[in-house]
Design a protein around this ligand. Sequence first.
Ligand SMILES: Nc1ncnc2c1ncn2[C@@H]1O[C@H](COP(=O)(O)OP(=O)(O)O)[C@@H](O)[C@H]1O
Ligand SMILES: Nc1ccn([C@@H]2O[C@H](COP(=O)(O)OP(=O)(O)O)[C@@H](O)[C@H]2O)c(=O)n1
Length: 416
Amino acid sequence: MLRRAMFRCGELCSRVFAVEFDLRAEPLYFTLSSSPQVLHHDHQRLFGDCGKLFSLHVQSENRIEKAQTHAQIKHKLSSTLSRDCDVFEASSFIPDDENSVVKGFFIRDKSTTTLSEDLLNTLRQSKTVCMFSYKREGQYCWQELWSPVSPVKESVRQYITPATAAKHHPSTLNIRNSDVFYSMDEAYKVLQECTDIIPESKAVLKLVDEQLEISSGDAYPVIVIEGLDATGKTTLTEALRESLNATLLKSPPQCLTSFRQRFDSEPPLIRRAFYALGNYITAAHIGKESLRAPVIVDRYWHSTAAYAIATAVSGRVENLPRLDSELYQWPGDLLQPNLVLLLTVNPEERLRRLRDRGQDKTVEEAELELNQLFRLKVEEAYKRIQNPACIIVDASPSPQEVLQQVQRLIRNKCHL
Ligand SMILES: Nc1ncnc2c1ncn2[C@@H]1O[C@H](COP(=O)(O)OP(=O)(O)O)[C@@H](O)[C@H]1O
Ligand SMILES: Nc1ccn([C@@H]2O[C@H](COP(=O)(O)OP(=O)(O)O)[C@@H](O)[C@H]2O)c(=O)n1
């Protein structure tokens, strides 16, 4: 567990800091040392510029409090600071050490006001926030614990020392049981921990408790249709239901619809636990329905894991967990479908379909580019998930042709 003490001198020196200075490139990595180090060109771009420099990190033994504080600070920084302030996602971690990441932000304030200091001063009151300031000294830059009033007693100046990239991108280190859950119990625990602050959690847990375990012994095939928004899942699953006389289910299930908006506004830890539990409720429905007829499922665990991983991992596709990572393994306690099909269309066609549905008309250029990175990461994560892996279906032809192609696949793989 993380303790405030981890930012005391000894621990601090074994840690690497990463600042997401440019999301299309590697983060800027640095460590700390007691002797001055000349900054590299890249680090000069961050530390060598004019302006006041700070970083803040959120740490608490209570993971719900930590997640919420991080989300609140993110919102505060983006809504309060002036245009002269750059805010970058930043983290501190022990290389390749799972769950060692302490998330936070790096702030570069080029304004002449004291707005950022005033805001940081307020945030600093929180016992979950630890802050540093950075000062340049010729070719060097040092970090120290920051207090707006007087220097912090125990603080020692530590020089910024450029570091090389870690084998695993820091944003992949805390995914297990924070973004993706590999058993129902782990997701269940998160909602149990937030029943005080989110009363709806109790109702969701009750719905989970009410599901009866059904073994899927001699059952009909279960076919999952996955894909990004507007790739044609609804169109195809409706057509399959008709043509196969199948039962159509989805995850999250209907009974969670009224809670979805509430959980969508929560930080990833809570939001992802909610979707994970949705899969277990859908699994119980699948178990029951597959005794009577084939079952088509619109989104299931592939969606839960792929979106969660793509959101958690910052920047480029290369930053995703490696191909052979355990993070892509299907949860041992979740009912497995017989076939998972991933619908893909090229980005232009997908945008056209979104526009035809009357969405996405006002997306700005910059956001489009970020969306593009996100879309690539979701698709890549979908493809990396194992046991069962998905089969890719080109969904750009007409709805009738896509249906025929999928019917052929189902005949071959499920003998339907
Ligand atoms: N094969 C297809 N060719 C052209 N348009 C399609 C095709 N499949 C779906 N569409 C249209 O694209 C839009 C998104 O499809 P939809 O089935 O709602 O996707 P999803 O459920 O994946 O979000 C809808 O307007 C739908 O009519
Ligand atoms: N089984 C599922 C389904 C959706 N989701 C989440 O729900 C979002 C997409 O759901 P959606 O209902 O908007 O997508 P469409 O069905 O409209 O294409 C994604 O951001 C996922 O994070 C999930 O985590 N697990």
